[in-house]
Design a binder for this molecule. Structure first.
Ligand code: PLP
Length: 385
């Protein structure tokens, strides 16, 4: 094993010549904003997901807000969600004036615990926004059953879960009413900034198309293709949340590579799990039998109050680390606005206090993986002593 101290970045994207060529081609065409490349990506991503419709937007945050709005969630309505996620899951709910209502998570996966949802439902509850944390699908059949019983919508935060599948082969969007994806710089499918909504509901598509672009009934591509000028109208109040053709062009060549990139991450994850399962004072989330995780992040649970030592020591050893995530109900805004305190959601808080993500992406070489395994193992053996 090499002993060099080169820095291993927390994340490096995997984009290359195919994406550069696709962007260059788009820059030489008429359309920079939402146009033919965006339509092509929407069609191909829908085919990849085995769902009838995809509407792209400029972020997953917008995808969640617009999906809830299109489904009729109004200011003051309650939306059940998880505190173990990136803040965007909740800020997307807050942006439309709705109220996030947190439910604690399953301590094995970190996903929202369906058994606890019943107690959180009130007459004002309209929707559930589950998050497929790190790429492991929530128990969607059970969530669908709860939602149907209480007449709630399900908007899935699938920012981590392009490739995740349940034991029957179903991915995001099959049980939910809308599944929201992120193409942010560090996501498995990425274009810097971007997002999409996948849905089975044909009647949702027209609403989403209006809501993503000011509520205008003719977008730039429509207007361009008219032989003579036609007036457009504004029928609802929409957002400015469309995706550009430059970004769609960057996404298209990645679709055929998703499978091989996932296989590489799966093999790195299995090597990590094999070694780390033997270490003292360290655990990690489970992938339930039969599930295919999208393997978006690899996060360790550092026990005995040592998480922040781990972060500091790994940084000093030139290893990029991150925290995904501290429980969001304990962030200042949520404490002050909703009165949450330590103890409100103990499982999410425990994960939030123990979690530390290590470098995990297809571009890691076997040598990098050996370095990471070695550094984490030595640290655990030293600290546990
Ligand atoms: C990245 C992320 C988001 C937000 O995605 P954007 O495209 O940056 O808006 C939402 N939820 C989760 C779980 C994420 O990781």
């Amino acid at each position: 094993m090499s002993t060099s101290l080169e820095r291993i970045e927390f994340y490096r994207h995997h984009l290359g010549d195919a994406e550069i060529a696709a962007v260059a081609e788009t820059m030489k065409s008429v359309f920079l904003t939402t146009g033919p490349k965006t339509k092509q990506f929407e069609d191909e991503f829908a085919r990849y997901l085995d769902l009838p419709h995809v509407v792209t937007v400029n972020s997953c945050t917008a995808a969640i807000s617009l999906s809830l709005e299109a489904l009729g969630v109004k200011p003051g309505d309650e939306v059940i969600t998880t505190p173990m996620t990136f803040i965007a899951t909740s800020t997307a709910i807050l942006h439309i004036g709705a109220i996030p209502v947190f439910v604690d998570v399953d301590p094995l996966t970190g996903n929202i615990d369906p058994k606890r949802i019943g107690d959180a439902i009130t007459t004002r509850t309209r929707a559930i926004v589950p998050v497929h944390l790190y790429g492991h699908l929530c128990d969607m059949a059970q969530l669908r059953e709860i939602a149907d019983r209480h007449k709630l919508w399900i908007v899935e935060d699938a920012a981590h879960c392009v490739e995740g599948r349940d034991p029957h082969g179903f991915g995001p969007g099959h049980f939910g009413d809308a599944a929201c994806f992120s193409f942010y710089a560090t996501k498995n499918l990425c274009c810097g900034e971007g997002g999409a909504i996948a849905t089975r509901h044909t009647d949702l598509v027209e609403k989403l198309l209006l809501l993503r672009l000011h509520g205008m009934n003719r977008d730039a591509a429509n207007r361009y293709h008219d032989a003579t000028y036609k007036h457009w109208d504004m029928t609802v109040l929409g957002q400015k949340a469309n995706l550009s053709d430059i970004q769609s062009a960057m996404l298209l060549p990645q679709l055929p590579r998703l499978k091989s990139l996932l296989a590489r991450r799966e093999s790195i994850a299995q090597r990590f799990e094999k070694v780390f399962s033997q270490l003292p004072g360290i655990a990690f989330p489970s992938v339930k039998p039969g599930h295919q995780s999208a393997r978006h992040l690899f996060t360790l649970w550092i026990k005995n109050g040592h998480r922040d030592h781990f972060l500091r020591d790994m940084g000093e050893m030139n290893l990029g680390v991150a925290v995904n995530y501290r429980a969001i109900h304990l962030l200042t805004y949520f404490r002050e606005r909703f009165g949450f305190r330590t103890g409100s959601f103990p499982h999410a808080e425990q994960i939030g206090d123990e979690t530390a993500s290590i470098p995990f992406y297809p571009g890691l070489t076997d040598d990098h993986v050996s370095h990471i395994v070695d550094r984490v193992s030595r640290w655990a053996e030293r600290v546990a002593k």
